[in-house]
Design a protein around this ligand. Sequence first.
Ligand code: GLA
Length: 735
Amino acid sequence: MAVYFQEDKKIFHLDTKNTTYLIGMTPEGYIGHIYYGRRLYQEADSYLLRTAEAPFTPSVNKREKLSFLDSFPMEYPTGGIGDYRESCLNVRNPKGQMGSELLYLSHEIYPGKKKLEGLPASFGAEEEVETLEITLEDKILGLQAVLSWSVFEKEDMIARSVRIVNQGKDALKLEKVYSACLDMDNEDYEMINLCGSWARERHIQRAPLRYGKQAVSSFRGESSHQEHPFMALVSPGTDQQQGQVYAMHFVYSGNFLAQAELTQYDSVRMVMGIHTEEFCWNLLPGESFQAPEVILTYSGQGLGMMSRNFHDFYRDHMIRSIYNHKKRPILINNWEATYFDFDTEKLLQIAREAKKCGIEMLVMDDGWFGRRNVDDNSLGDWTVNEEKIKGGLKYLVDQVNEIGLAFGIWFEPEMVSPDSDLYRAHPDWAIQIEGREAAMGRNQYVLDLSRRDVVDYVYEAVAKILRSANICYVKWDMNRLLSDLGSSFLDAEHQKELSHRYVLGLYELQERLVTEFPELLLENCSSGGARFDPGMLYYSPQIWCSDDTDAIERLLIQEGTGFIYPLSTMGAHVSDCPNHILGRVTPFETRGHIALAGTFGYELDITKIPQEQRQMICEQTKMYHAYNDLVREGDYYRIASYRENHKYDVWAVASKDKQEVLVTYVQVLAEPNKHSRKLRLQGFDPDASYRLTGTEQVYSGEMLMYAGFLIECMKGDFVSRLYHFEKIQAEDKCL
Ligand code: GLA
């Protein structure tokens, strides 16, 4: 039983395998946070709510209610009435005044977890997850907040969300609805977040928490290249194997805020939710607003445990695709090979060569539709350009299938080029402010997905193409940010709903797509990895990590991505050198080793690369088949980080049963007079022995993990090695 209500003290216990979360209640009905941390097994007490200390609770000491509100560890703080820390809910009444106060009304505990209307969310069977819903009420506004905690015992995860219901007679304005709050006493926490830019997404950043607010956020209309809807607070000295970690991750693909605030009382308030910039939701009587979900976890064994918990959780409770636990076809994408300059014959040449090397799918990227030979036209006109795709799409797909490859295609459905038939027919379908020329990004505008007619048009345009040929894969791209937020559909009152409605429209589109085409392999993408978030994983089992395919930059991007996301979700390809973005030249072998840590594929003109590299592709595709089950399903261990040591990078993936472990070592910089490096590995069974594949060498798991493994330092920069260890049976053991 994961959720338990301790009736005498009015304390809710949320227990997972290794953690306990305690929620308490004051006599007035304020819901407060008592504890989150390692698993507790005894009955609890609520003294941590400090209601016996001055300033007491309002019923005992009304004259200091402000002080109470500003210091009580709230589970869901409201704005306007005297809690000066960041609030989670700001409600404005019809008179234009902002304030709400939520007190306990009722609660319910049930097995399983409900779907969140219109939103991606984690799921689980009744025996996997149990949910606590506490309904709070503001009697004056006639407003209820249904707070929910869904407890996934095995994975040590709690999914939190909030539904706001207007049960009153008046229309209310929700100016802020965050999804989760965690009020804790400070323990010199450090904050970890992921930050970056185009072509360098999700780099890990860590700094001590200072007094005041430290936030990461996006109001670009998507989760963004620059910031990530993730935040962790860790105790000092936390590393991969030890230390306390509190992490929140937002299941949402639009504007967000994640913030930690160190207060005057040395308490920390961590909140997460939809960003308030350009957000205000009109809630009419009888309506409800569902806030997206936050995934919350605690690890008492450092960051490695946090990562593995997230990986298991997303693989089993967020990704729905039938490909989730399956090997994906090795693809070759023509973007970096040809950019817009291709035709049927060119694609078939690539397919023929690719087939010889064991590649399994051809993906036709941008440039196959309308009149698109440069990036300034045709988005929105999803008709095949038969001047390039001679013989039509079906002919091309059939030919590619005949060669023995599956076929995939690129779309950018949310966009419209000013130079397109769609824009000429429906200029009002683009997001823009009346009377003001909207800013373009990559020569394009964003379609107003708050409009039903737009969503229907976009869906049919994509679906029609997919119905017309044997297409197994879609790369769904999104190449500009939202700006000039104006909708021709929404009235003045509702304009501030546009950003959220846009995201809901996007989710509806992808939901329809995966419903009509359940066998489609969908890969999301946004100028590389600007919309790599758990919300998108609900629809697509993989997301393109970054337009930057340089092997060394990928070490940083993939370390940050793998910090939270399963390796099976990370779109990673081998591309040509000099790298198109950085100009760096790295060995083909290293590029392969690094891409093997993701979905794996190629992004180059295979008809032009040297024979020797084609030969290496044959070897790499075999390696993919040998190791992908392990990489996709295994436990991930970060052994060393190039980000920290500036010289080398090491990670390992171990099968759940610890039968095999694959270690990837990348020597970024060669060092003089250094012959070997001793690394303490992880992921082995300490009581077992392992053979290093391809050799007769046998090691004990215990020695490898605690004494170390010697890695020979190689000559040259950017070189890499894979070490595959297999457990040996007792009778083979060397003592
Ligand atoms: C984005 C994607 C690329 C490619 C181009 C095509 O930048 O990230 O992979 O598909 O669009 O225009």
